[in-house]
Every structure is written in C-alpha cells, then in structure tokens.
Design a protein around this ligand. Sequence first.
Ligand SMILES: Cc1cc2nc3c(=O)[nH]c(=O)nc-3n(C[C@H](O)[C@H](O)[C@H](O)COP(=O)(O)OP(=O)(O)OC[C@H]3O[C@@H](n4cnc5c(N)ncnc54)[C@H](O)[C@@H]3O)c2cc1C
Length: 432
Amino acid sequence: MTHSSAFSSSLSTPFWLEEAPLRAAELAALPKAADLVIVGSGYTGLAAAIEAARGGMSVVVLDRGPIGAGCSTRNGGQVGSSIKPELGKLTALHGADLAKRIRDEGYAALANVQDMITANGIDCDWRKTGRYLAAHSPKQYEGLERLAEARRRAGEPDLVLVPRSEQLHELGSDRYFGGAVSQDTGAVQPAKLHAGLLRVAEELGVTLQDRREVTGIKRDGPGFSVAVGNATIAARQVLIATNGYSGPLSPWLQRRVIPIGSYMLATDPLPPGVAAKLIPNGRMVVDTRRVVIYFRMSPDGQRLIFGGRAALTEADPMRTLPRLYQMMLDVFPHLAGTRVSHAWNGFVAYTFDHLPHTGVQDGVHYAMGYCGSGISLSLFYGMRAGQKILGRAEGATALDGLQFQTRPLYYGTPWFLSASVAWYRFADRFFA
Ligand SMILES: Cc1cc2nc3c(=O)[nH]c(=O)nc-3n(C[C@H](O)[C@H](O)[C@H](O)COP(=O)(O)OP(=O)(O)OC[C@H]3O[C@@H](n4cnc5c(N)ncnc54)[C@H](O)[C@@H]3O)c2cc1C
C-alpha cells in the first residue's frame, strides 16, 4: 500500500525548529585569539563553553553549519541516564569499581539536565515523564524481568514491569508484549533546550560563529593555531565537540566514532480522542529491538513524533519517509492515512565499546560518542570538559583513561553499516 498523499506537504526540517528556528547571523570578523576554541556548537560545545566562560576564559565556538545544526536541535528529546552497557557487562570488562562509577555517572548526567535547566531558567518543556521500554517479543519481556532484577540488586533506580495484560495504560498498541517503566527519565523540546543554552553562553560573553568550518589544528608554542579556511585563531586550548559530524579534522577521532543516521517524523495534529490514547501516561517510548524504534507525543500532546533507523544506507529523509511511516503503522495501524508534517534525520556517533569518550589527544580535548542517546551525556561531559580545561579537579570523569578503541580497516566511513543493519533487522524478526 502506498501512503504518498500523507507526505505530499511534508517539510524536510525538524519539527522542533518551528518553535525555535536556527539563527542566521551576519558573518562577523573571526577573532584573532581566544583562551579556548570549541569546534561544534551542539550541547557538548555549549555546555563546555558555559563552564569555561564562567571560569573566566575567553571562548570562541565555531560551527561549519548554522549554530546548533547538528543532532542537538533534531533529536527525539528523550532524556535518560543513557549509559548503554549494563553493570554486569561493564564489570566484566572494567572491574566492579569502575563499572559502578560509569553507571553512576549516567545517573549524575540525568540529574544534571534538570539542574542545568532550572539553574539557567531554560524554557524547554522539560517534564519528568518516565520512559516506557516496550518488549517486541515475549523473550524480550523475560529479558526485561531479568534486567529489572539486576538493576534492583545493583541499587540502581527501579524498572517497573508492565505485563502485556496491563499495557493499554501505557500504550495504545498491542504490538508489544509488555514492557517496563523507568520513572526517573524525562523529556525536553530539544531545539528550545539548545536555544536556552545558546542564550546563557552569549550572556556570558561567548563568541559563536556559524559557517566556520575548522580545517586544521596545529601546535603553536604553548597553544594551538586553529585554521578556518585561510584564517587562523591562536588558542590556548581546543575542544573538539563534533560527535556524529566528526570529519577529517582529527583522523584519530574519525577512526573511533561511527556516524549513523537516525530518521524522524512528526504527524499533523491528531484528533484529540486519538492522540490521548496513543501514550496515555505521556511517557517517552523506546523498544527493545536492536534496530531501535523510539517515539513520544509532542509537548502539547497533539502529534506523534516517531523515530528509528529507516534506511540501510544513509538517504534523504524524504526518501526514507515511506519506510519510517510503515514502521509507525506497524505500531499504530489505526494511524493509516495520517498526514506527516515534518521528516528529518541527523547523525549520531556510535563507538566500538558503546560508551561515550572524553579525554585529550595530542593536547586537544574531545568529548563525544554518545551512541544515539546523548542529551544528558553531552551536557554532562561537555560541562566536565570545560572544568578540565579550567584545570579543576571536578572535571575528572569515570571515562578518563578508558581506551578509545578503533578497528582495523575503519577510517571513518562505516562500510559495514548496511550489512549490520540488515542482519540486526533479520535478528529482530527471527531471533526475537
Ligand atoms: C534523529 C535523532 C534522534 C535522537 N534522539 C535522542 C533522544 O531522544 N535522546 C537522547 O538523549 N539523544 C538523542 N539523540 C542524540 C543526541 O541528539 C546527541 O547525542 C547530542 O545532540 C550530541 O550533541 P553534540 O553537541 O555532541 O553534537 P551535535 O549537536 O551533533 O553537534 C556537532 C556539531 O559539530 C559541527 N562540526 C562538525 N565538524 C566541524 C568542523 N570541522 N568545524 C566546525 N564545526 C563542525 C557540526 O556542524 C555540528 O553542528 C538523537 C540524535 C538524532 C540524530
């Protein structure tokens, strides 16, 4: 069945920008020098800039696109603790002490989002909604039972199980086999969060310039020479905060992050009776598939915002929209015919050990690799990077000193991605 009439007037921009558009500033002269130059103007870059500027540094943030054009204005707005590997797995790899510190840092990052929003008076529709983790098979529900028990034993916040017989309170779909609620998680309007951080950074005197691609970073005496086309800025310190948009600027980093596109749509406002029943408790929803699906209502409760990996190879979001739409109908078949107002995508950064990484390479700081859920982590590790750059002890993190792995034959183009996605889709279906 085709649904082309549902897409005929869809815009290929993030829905969130309707309320918080990206700015197109006049191109000003590039500063000649700064204490700190930050490459990338998403949450990582802004959180670091705010911290460093509060500590008295002169800070310049440069972005090759409009300010905030990366993931930070185009994500799903689901805010969780976001450390992907569970405690058992981390313990096997890094020992009990470090594993616990890494997990705890995820929860600290989650708490930090609320603190940052409140302390800076950021209007971004923050709500502690809780998240529903939906099991896509009976076996996955059993997995959630084990996970809830493991989290309880580890003293981590509870996962409250919801058997399939009670699921309608959480989800207006019988596609799933029960699930689990994590109550401490929440939601933001991501572009409004970014706009709020941008305001704070500017009030602190941070210089931000868009359409400024950093093309080289070279040692120069005790500091660095940062190249922007033919011009340069002398910087005492540099932070690379480019996450899924990391290019050849640092081949070392490029070999360690895997850019992966994630695709989203927003429906037109739904009839109130339909909207109210899709996710009755207003939770954020993620499912247990390897090729994960995630969705939520818009902050006003009128639209469904739905996301997932809708393509084997990266493609224009309008081209992948029919598939994403079909994925939405697989969960909510009664939405057939619903019109889509916006379709968009963005690039997240995976890492080979599924952990974020922050540190210093050749004297240059970096923080990235949030593996698809980085709202809390990017704000936290950006803030920590700022503190580290100021030379403060609180900048230390549990990730410091972790090996940032790469793989032979990987140079930044994930040639294995379409085969991996195809395999994971197959496994989700047949080994669920
Ligand atoms: C569709 C989608 C849905 C998501 N949903 C969620 C979610 O629900 N919850 C969650 O927690 N996370 C989610 N994420 C992930 C989250 O958005 C990111 O982890 C987070 O925004 C990363 O922020 P960042 O500042 O590190 O990177 P970004 O915001 O991506 O910023 C990087 C910036 O670096 C710039 N840049 C790159 N190279 C250069 C250069 N050489 N010179 C100058 N500038 C450069 C880019 O232009 C870009 O603006 C989602 C991501 C996507 C794409």
